[in-house]
Design a protein around this ligand. Structure first.
Ligand SMILES: [Zn+2]
Length: 77
């Protein structure tokens, strides 16, 4: 795999290395910047929504990513 495109920001990731320069979530490929933005979205939700459970967490992450893909970003910056 020589290069890969981030599904959210559409940036090209050269020489992608799993969990170093790109991250795979919910069948989507995210660059490092988008993965950090995703964490910012996820963290407060994990804090507030107890108990933690993959039954709500997985669909939540998937939806957050799909929405970000629609907007081209996780944030409204
Ligand atoms: Zn990205």
């Amino acid at each position: 795999m020589k290069s890969l495109t981030c599904d959210v920001c559409k940036r090209k990731i050269e020489q992608p290395e799993t969990d170093r320069t790109f991250f795979h979530y919910a069948n989507r490929d995210l660059c490092e910047a988008c993965k950090e933005d995703l964490e910012l979205v996820i963290k407060p939700v994990i804090r507030d929504r107890q108990p933690f459970n993959y039954e709500w967490f997985d669909p939540f992450v998937r939806e957050a990513i799909e929405e970000a893909i629609g907007r081209g970003s996780f944030t409204t910056r």
